[in-house]
Write a protein that binds this ligand. Structure first.
Ligand SMILES: [Zn+2]
Length: 160
């Protein structure tokens, strides 16, 4: 057997690897294979009744069988996370811009109240939704100045 492909655990993961998937180390003895693709982390388990494939693994297999091209885990992961953050913020704050108070309508950016550069955490408690333009205008302000800017914009009908 050739050792040139360290990720070639089985014929399947070998093909997965060629399509841009990332083979990961199994986390327990029941795992035959664990890998990351654009569908998320796929796992194939060995159990009493044979092999079990999780949904992510099945999606990756379908993708390979349909020869749909690259399986690489690209930016999909980040975008999914961003979407989840935006949805959580809309649930908490509604779908208006923090600064000007008008509807976001698809022009949505996630802003830190206290900038990361000022020691602000990446936690949702420090995040808010804003228009790209409002976000940019608030860029270098402190948390207190951002709140003041929001109050000013809202009282003047949202004009920057
Ligand atoms: Zn705005």
């Amino acid at each position: 057997m050739s050792k040139s492909k360290p990720c070639a655990v089985t014929a399947f993961t070998s093909r997965l690897c060629e399509a841009g998937g990332e083979v990961l180390a199994p986390t327990n003895p029941y795992e035959i294979a664990r890998f990351r693709t654009r569908y998320g982390v796929g796992v194939i388990y060995r159990g009493k009744r044979g092999e079990t494939w999780n949904a992510e693994a099945l999606s990756a297999r379908e993708h390979l069988e349909a020869q749909k091209g690259s399986l690489a885990p690209v930016a999909v992961k980040g975008r999914r996370k961003d979407r989840a953050t935006v949805e959580a913020l809309i649930t908490r704050d509604g779908s208006n811009c923090f600064f000007c108070g008008s509807a976001l309508e698809g022009d949505v950016t996630v802003e830190h109240l206290v900038a990361v550069a000022h020691g602000g955490p990446n936690h949702i408690s420090n995040l808010l939704l804003a228009h790209a333009q409002c976000n940019q205008a608030a860029g270098h302000l402190s948390g207190a100045e951002k709140v003041a800017m929001a109050l000013r914009l809202r009282s003047t009908g949202g004009a920057l």
